[in-house]
Write a protein that binds this ligand. Structure first.
Ligand SMILES: [Zn+2]
Length: 263
């Protein structure tokens, strides 16, 4: 009788110990600060095909898999963890790519829910050069700032890495690459300009009602922007694009001619 190919289910049973071992190695590397030195375990082309199929067929399509993916998405339900774009993240980024690390294809701690532009834009980012939202707890420190380019049109801001941030040189290098590869300097100002127009609309309503003097108007707007910044930072983190933009507008508020902007 000819030997038949073992079923996918049976082949998966053989692969599970390897997947578990690689997941443990990922966790150990993350906890010990050696994530950038994690090497992939060897694999055959057949093993790689089955591991990727497991992610595509079972995790993305199966009922239990979808429940797992939904719980990962729930970690960042309202915005992309990499750029802060509002809305439910649309895709999953394999921080250790399937092609080189197939044993981690379906490992939840290797999957970051994010938006399409971030996932596509990370082409040249590697696990060694990409900040990791699960293990790099130092990402919670404040490291992103924005500056008003011209006080006569304060909606236009420029984002940059805060030179005074309390970070180590290798962390600064990771964030510089993250900002440039995900094109944040180009993408974030677009969102900020829209948000500024919205805030201006609500300040206009207040000014129409109360006709504040220019000094009182600037004080009111400065404090309102500052309160909104704290709210965004609490909800989405210190480096969320809107929290950062609101802080920069709040600190520039006294130098802005709000009466002119609102009329
Ligand atoms: Zn994003």
């Amino acid at each position: 009788m000819p030997r038949t190919e073992p079923s996918f289910r049976r082949r998966l049973n053989w692969l599970i110990p390897g997947m578990r071992a690689e997941a443990r190695a990922l966790e150990r590397a993350g906890d010990s600060g050696t994530l950038r030195f994690l090497l992939p375990s060897p694999f055959s082309p057949e093993e790689k095909a089955d591991l990727v199929k497991f992610y595509e067929d079972r995790l993305k399509q199966g009922a239990e898999g979808r429940r797992i993916l939904a719980s990962i998405t729930a970690l960042s339900p309202d915005s992309c963890p990499f750029c802060g774009t509002a809305g439910e993240p649309e895709t999953f980024e394999h921080m250790f790519p399937k092609a080189q690390y197939p044993w981690l294809s379906a490992e939840p701690l290797n999957l970051a829910p994010c938006c399409w532009p971030c996932n596509v834009g990370r082409k040249s980012l590697t696990p060694q050069t990409s900040p990791n939202p699960y293990f790099d707890v130092w990402l919670r420190k404040r490291w992103l700032i924005a500056k008003v380019v011209d006080v006569s049109s304060p909606g236009v801001v420029e984002y940059e890495l805060d030179a005074a941030a309390d970070l180590e040189p290798h962390q600064i290098a990771l964030l510089s690459k993250h900002i440039s590869d995900r094109r944040l300097k180009r993408r974030l100002p677009v969102q900020a300009a829209t948000a500024f127009a919205d805030h201006l609309g609500s300040f206009r309503t207040v000014q129409t009602q109360f006709s504040l003097s220019s000094t009182r108007l600037a004080t009111y707007i400065g404090s309102s922007l500052s309160t909104s910044a704290d709210d965004r930072a609490r909800r989405f983190g210190e480096n969320h694009w809107e929290a950062v933009a609101l802080r920069c507008w709040a600190s520039a508020a006294s130098g802005i001619d709000w009466v002119k902007l609102l009329t």
